[in-house]
Write a protein of this length. Structure first.
Length: 265
């Protein structure tokens, strides 16, 4: 059987793969190769046509894997070392395949893949360079975003505008959560600085609140003390008027009337 140049997995599927096999009277399925026929198995309980079709599908499945490998190499998506490993695996699978089809053509298409790998190595490296550049650009952008957040948080750590600064730090925290992630170490280092600045502000805010409460309590105590000091000993504070009952006032009136009557006598 003559083999055309520039073989591919698709070329092995041109025509009818079933032409490379037959089913014996006992139900055994055979594949035809350049070395002769060899048995690939049987499919009990099925017709000869169904049995042959089953083993043809096994061949077609492996031919599809070869075609997919070639396509990935051409696109630059396949790591060259991984592609060479895949070629070795495919050669073994073709050699041991219990399937029906043009095994010789399929094997030759796999033999051509190493040249394909070398020919498209530059495409892989170019694609990899583009991917690495894009990844680096994202890393730089994410780093700038988070460093900016950290710098602002640290600048607010000593602020005494408690309300506005607290609100701003909450906003910065939301922006941090929405920012792109960096690698684990870089993210952890920046977060440590960011968290430290927030904690420093929170501690100072708590201390300021305690001082304010203490100062407010001292002023109140001072006012009460001054009110008591302003009253001289023995001075009428008006409390006597409040404490006097109506009975006491009536007694005073009766006393005045009695004294007037005595005087008229």
């Amino acid at each position: 059987m003559s083999v055309p140049e520039n073989l591919s997995a698709a070329s092995a599927l041109i025509g009818d793969p079933a032409k490379f096999g037959r089913v014996g009277d006992d139900g055994t399925v055979y594949v035809t190769t350049p070395e002769g026929e060899r048995a690939v198995g049987s499919y009990p309980g099925k017709s000869a046509e169904e049995a042959l079709a089953y083993f043809v599908r096994k061949f077609e499945s492996l031919a599809s894997e070869v075609a997919l490998l070639a396509a990935r190499i051409k696109s630059g998506a396949m790591v060259p070392s991984d592609a060479h490993t895949a070629v070795t695996k495919l050669k073994e699978q073709i050699l041991n395949l219990n399937g029906v089809g043009d095994l010789a053509t399929l094997a030759k298409s796999v033999d051509q893949i190493p040249e394909l790998i070398e020919g498209h190595k530059a495409a892989y490296e170019a694609r990899k360079a583009i991917e690495n550049a894009a990844k680096e650009a994202k890393r730089v952008e994410a780093t700038e975003i988070k460093e900016k957040l950290v710098t602002e948080a640290e600048s607010l750590a000593l602020s005494e505008s408690w309300k506005s600064t607290g609100d701003r730090l909450k906003t910065l925290l939301d922006e941090w959560k929405a920012a792109p992630r960096l690698d684990k170490k870089a993210d952890a280092d920046l977060w440590k600085r960011f968290s430290s600045a927030r904690n420093k502000f929170d501690e100072r805010q708590d201390q300021g609140e305690h001082k304010r409460i203490a100062a407010a309590g001292g002023e109140k105590e001072g006012v009460e003390k001054k009110d008591h000091e302003d009253i001289e000993p023995g001075e009428n504070t008006g409390q006597e008027e409040i404490d006097r009952s109506p009975t006491d006032e009536g007694a005073d009136v009766q006393k005045v009337i009695f004294e007037d009557a005595e005087g008229e006598k």
